[in-house]
Design a binder for this molecule. Sequence first.
Ligand code: CA
Length: 218
Amino acid sequence: MRLLLVEDDSMIGEAVLDVLRAAHYAVDWVRDGELAESALADSQYDLVLLDLGLPRRDGLAVLRSLRQRGVRTPVLLATARDAVADRVAGLDAGADDYVVKPYDTDELLARIRALLRRAEGQAQPVYSHRGVTLNPATREASQDGRPVTLSAREWAVLEPLIARPGVVFSRAQLEEKLFSWKDEVSSNAVEVYIHGVRKKLGADLVQTVRGLGYLVPR
Ligand code: CA
């Protein structure tokens, strides 16, 4: 899953970046509203963690223009404890939820997981399909009840596929789940991790759709 972190405070930004990367998200970090807008125009994110008080363009303006363009990416607002009016304005402008700073990191991660799951049209906290179960909260995987150990990147390519059976994801879409700007992308990375998933979970779970990408059949 790929996240955009919009935060101008260096200390908070670095701390949050560490937490999100440790939770195996691919994260891009921008520090002002204009850079946030260009990142959102250029790349596809699964979620945006958006500070409201930002240089150059405030978070509310970024959010409004995102929603005006019809982009439905989940937005989690980061607000101060006493900033009720900000939260109300943000939620009314199309934010999906908020977290209060300073963050409780467990709560931050749980809210992110909840929004990602809702964005995929799934209320269940665990993905389960064709005998394979993924629990994003514990990062435990199993097949027919037996635990399976997936690497972070194998998990990153499998999770979107299993969350939406029958939907084809292109290689580029899966690459975006794997990498943030600073990472090197080798041209066959997605194939390598899909291959790893197939070795662990069987050749049939993830199918190649020639010329289009990959899917987990319904
Ligand atoms: Ca700020």
